[in-house]
Design a protein around this ligand. Sequence first.
Ligand SMILES: Nc1ncnc2c1ncn2[C@@H]1O[C@H](COP(=O)(O)OP(=O)(O)OP(=O)(O)O)[C@@H](O)[C@H]1O
Ligand SMILES: [Mg+2]
Length: 327
Amino acid sequence: MSSQNVIEVSDVRRTYVTEVGVFKKEKKHVEALKGVSFSVKKGEIFGLLGPNGAGKTTMIKILSTMLIPNSGKVSILGLDPVKEHSLLRSQINFILGGERNLYWRLSAYDNLSYFADLYKIPQSVKKQRINELLELVGLKEVAHQKVETFSKGMKQRLQIARGLVNQPDILFLDEPSIGLDPVSARQLRDILRKLNNQGTTILLTTHYMYEADELCDRIAFVNKGQLVEIDTPTNLKKKVDDVSIIECSILGATPVQVDSIKNHASLHHAQVEQYDFTYKLRLQTNDPQRLVPYIYETLKAATITDLTILKPTLEDVYVKTIGEKVS
Ligand SMILES: Nc1ncnc2c1ncn2[C@@H]1O[C@H](COP(=O)(O)OP(=O)(O)OP(=O)(O)O)[C@@H](O)[C@H]1O
Ligand SMILES: [Mg+2]
């Protein structure tokens, strides 16, 4: 293991076996991970992105000692999460799935105190650490308020504090900003960045491209149990350097006209949304000079209420990568 790498994953596979049917039970096999390999360096913020069912949560559970892989090799901080899980658990922490794991009838302080005791944090440092964590996540003012009175954003920030009671070297987060409003999501990103600046390695999953682009040093795209791309956000975006995005809103177009635009030879990908009489198109093209006149020519009597040419974002890389590799 390279001294720089705190996470090393090599050819990991995991299949879930479930029973289906009421009377005649049959075993159903779902291959959630089909041989995934990657590594994460100390101090990185690493993002796992991919569609629903891609295997992200399965991977996080394996890395955080909650699930055993069927085969392959995993090393976290030089330890084996299967054989050395108790030693490893004192050095990592994880936040999976929303608001569970907190005691709603207890205050923020008492929740952290409870989890600090679980991690056997010495009483001599416990109070100061809890206060520092409440400060970090901006909950000091409401430290003695019951969690049931908290908003979703406050609960999620308390989850982060809970995940830090044992001062983990690596923090695993599964969709930390799901359901948060834009301001709460930004507060959360600020906390994660601050934490990372203090030396914590972070591995997170997210469906928010903007968040991944802003926060992550490197990103892995996962699809159908396989890793399809891994790089820095900047390098990933270079993969769509040759692509322009055309966004347009059209009033009164026919489905035939929209199909004709979607089938234009210069198109890499088309997203189409329809609201009553309006179509909203987001088109990835390698030739906007040809496509834009074609759109006007095809639509004839329909009205184009808006047409903008944009630079591609991480979302366009995602759509191109995952879109291309989905069978
Ligand atoms: N406990 C389980 N039993 C059976 N199948 C499971 C179980 N957990 C996950 N799976 C299946 O494994 C595959 C990967 O699931 P996983 O939850 O890891 O995906 P994910 O990338 O986290 O998706 P999402 O973005 O929806 O959270 C899916 O096909 C899912 O249905
Ligand atoms: Mg998941």
